[in-house]
Design a protein around this ligand. Structure first.
Ligand SMILES: C[S@@+](CC[C@H](N)C(=O)[O-])C[C@H]1O[C@@H](n2cnc3c(N)ncnc32)[C@H](O)[C@@H]1O
Length: 250
């Protein structure tokens, strides 16, 4: 099977599981707090991400923070709770914008967190700058001609990583002099050169703050991978991992 067809298959499995699960909760617990979850929003309850390692992001030294693709808005709320005064959550999905607003209200930080509907940075004002940018991006490189503009395809797929490239290159111009970008990302097929190449191309130094190997991946996410394709130790696709990355402009 072609690599990108495999990524499409993984994505469809995840969509079927995360979107259509009749046990999908309206409220879930993560990082010791409760969170609202609307339909059609990426559910961190199934697949916790960078928010598990939010303490590695230096919020204490930031006064402004932008979360791209905020979904339920957990990282935006954690940033505000850690003291960041101005937090902007952006998402192309209007349900995610509402969901981030609900969670900001729930945790008493609605005065610091603003959520906006936005295609990448389209809703950022010309004079807005940020000490931190973060994204848990659509992470699968499916074939462009098999991907549509539905919310779940936007959430899962980034053909040729065009969105991530724009997140980094356009984001670089929005950073303050001390600003950094952060990514929670996994190369589905374990392409270890991918993020390094993107960082090089878009002008960042790359640091790995946290790396999780395939064997440590939460069960809910591992379940979405077809066992016969992922394989066991030494299997064709076993090198998959996740990491929290810090990118500093060169
Ligand atoms: C993997 S989900 C992560 C959601 C949330 N940040 C989290 O970690 O739970 C990716 C998010 O990026 C959003 N997204 C995808 N393409 C986007 C774009 N062009 N502009 C803004 N948000 C986008 C999706 O709607 C989705 O909410």
């Amino acid at each position: 099977m072609e690599t990108r067809d495999f990524e499409l298959l993984i994505g469809q499995n995840i969509i079927d599981k995360y979107h259509s699960d009749s046990g999908r909760p309206d409220v879930f617990e993560l990082v010791g707090l409760e969170w609202d979850l609307l339909d059609d929003v990426w559910p961190p309850s199934y697949s916790p991400g960078g928010e598990l390692f939010a303490d590695l992001i230096p919020f204490a030294s930031m006064s402004s923070f932008l979360e791209m693709g905020c979904g339920t808005g957990i990282m935006s709320v954690l940033a505000a709770r850690a003291g960041v005064e101005r937090v902007i959550g952006l998402d192309i999905n209007p349900a995610a914008v509402r969901n981030t607003g609900m969670n900001a209200e729930r945790h008493g930080v609605a005065d610091r967190v603003t959520a906006r509907e936005s295609d990448l940075y389209s809703a950022v004002g010309p004079d807005e700058r940020f000490d931190g940018l973060y994204w848990n991006p659509p992470f699968l490189n499916a074939p462009e001609d098999r991907v549509d503009t539905s919310i779940w395809h936007e959430t899962m797929f980034d053909p040729e990583y065009a969105k991530m490239r724009r997140f980094l290159s356009e984001g670089r111009e929005l950073l303050t002099t001390r600003g950094r970008a952060y990514l929670w990302f996994g190369e589905a097929l374990g392409n270890p050169a991918l993020v390094g190449d993107l960082a090089e191309e878009t002008g960042y130094e790359l640091d790995v703050l946290k790396k999780i190997e395939m064997s440590e991946i939460p069960d809910a996410l591992a379940d979405a991978f077809p066992a016969d394709l992922v394989g066991g130790e030494g299997g064709q696709h076993a090198a998959w991992h996740l990491h929290l990355l810090e990118l500093s402009p060169r």
